[in-house]
Design a protein around this ligand. Structure first.
Ligand SMILES: [Zn+2]
Length: 379
């Protein structure tokens, strides 16, 4: 490992195994070891979990939601409270998305033009306008370490004409975001192009010519078949500029992570570990466990006997957590979320070790075979 200190926003590759990469990204709030998974903190909170326990799972960067925080409590208020890190008591790195995806999918009466999105807030109907400049201003006030550019994200299966327009406008908006961003804040460009590899590759090259600190793959996991996503990633990701971190937005299952890391993806985020936890679905080394099942009524074992998370190492039994879950006790959500977040953090930790030892493909193959994730465990 090189001994020179990394500058803020600098990315350094440490090792490769096939196309899989092991790196470090420096932020003002600590080093982020890649491949990395970011827990989602939509409303400046990883739902149901104290930030100290989020960090204890191994997470060192999370992603918060610009659209939601802009509408409530407001970016100026967060700035006055000392910025997002101070406001939510998370001393580690924070990324924020651009708000575009939610402005498009959550808001009402949306109008899209070259200037940006115009929409009515889903909270109070107020008319708002999200332009590349406004998104940069809001993310600057929130004070995240890493900002995402405003982009156009077409739905899965969109026609080539729609994808072409989205790609072209996303590049123009990237240039506007670069002009408007807060000095020092890292900015990530977003590669669009659906499941069309030529379009994706061309867009990746276009964005790589801009002064962006990272390149994200947007527009996946938006309704297209999962196999199409992986086929596209396999031919596109190895050719995305190797000097910058590559971020696959909003993906995915543990299997998705293992496969995408193998293609050369460095950064992930997804609501899955925390959302599934709140639905009583638990990731374990032997498959998926559904905590409300009657077979766990008197089960004294932890969720996963091989897990080193706070929940599994402090004597919380399946029987107790099942009782909490069925009684709708709030502690159930915290205990289950911690376990699932630790599962994702441990997965990326093991992936990093496998890349360092140059055995990634073997590790990935054995890991995927061992999980049999599709399967629900019944014991
Ligand atoms: Zn656990």
């Amino acid at each position: 490992m090189a001994s020179t200190t990394l500058q803020v926003n600098e990315f350094r590759l440490i090792a490769k195994s096939g196309n899989a990469r092991r790196g470090t990204f420096a932020t003002a709030h600590g080093l982020v070891e890649t491949p990395v998974f970011m827990p989602v903190g939509t409303q400046a909170s990883v739902k149901a979990v104290d930030p100290r326990l989020v960090a204890e799972t191994g997470a060192r960067m999370l992603i918060a939601n610009t659209y939601h925080l802009w509408l409530r409590p407001g970016a100026e208020l967060v700035a006055e409270q000392g910025g997002l890190h101070a406001f939510m008591r998370w001393p580690h790195a924070i990324a924020t998305d651009s708000g575009g995806f939610q402005a498009f999918s959550l808001a009402e009466r949306v109008k899209v033009s070259e200037d940006g999105f115009e929409f009515s807030s889903h909270l109070d109907g107020a008319r708002k306008k999200l332009t590349p400049e406004e998104s940069m201003k809001v993310q600057g006030l929130l004070g995240s370490d890493i900002a995402l550019q405003l982009d156009i994200c077409p739905p899965g299966g969109a026609a080539d004409g729609v994808l072409l327009d989205a790609v072209a406008r996303t590049t123009r908006w990237a240039a506007r975001c670069i002009e408007a961003k807060k000095p020092g804040q890292a900015l990530v460009g977003i590669i669009q192009g659906g499941t069309n590899p030529e379009l994706r590759l061309r867009h990746a090259e276009e964005l790589a010519r801009l002064p962006l600190e990272g390149l994200a793959l947007g527009g996946f996991s938006v309704g297209e078949p999962n196999a199409d996503m992986h086929r596209t990633l396999a031919v596109v990701v190895p050719f995305v500029d190797a000097r910058r971190p590559r971020y696959l937005m909003g993906v995915g299952t543990p299997e998705d992570l293992v496969k995408a890391i193998g293609c050369g993806v460095d950064v992930f985020d997804c609501v899955m570990p925390t959302r599934n936890a709140r639905n009583g679905q638990v990731f374990t080394t032997n498959g998926k466990l559904v905590i409300r099942n009657a077979i766990y009524r008197e089960d004294k074992r932890p969720l996963d006997e091989q897990c080193d998370c706070h929940t599994c190492t402090h004597g919380f039994s399946r029987a107790y957590i099942r009782h909490l879950y069925i009684a709708k006790e709030l502690l159930a959500y915290e205990l289950l979320s911690i376990h699932n977040l630790r599962f994702y953090a441990r997965l990326t930790h093991e992936a990093r070790r496998a890349i360092e030892q140059d055995v990634y493909d073997t590790w990935a193959h054995e890991t995927l075979r061992g999980w049999q994730m599709g399967k629900e465990i019944r014991s």
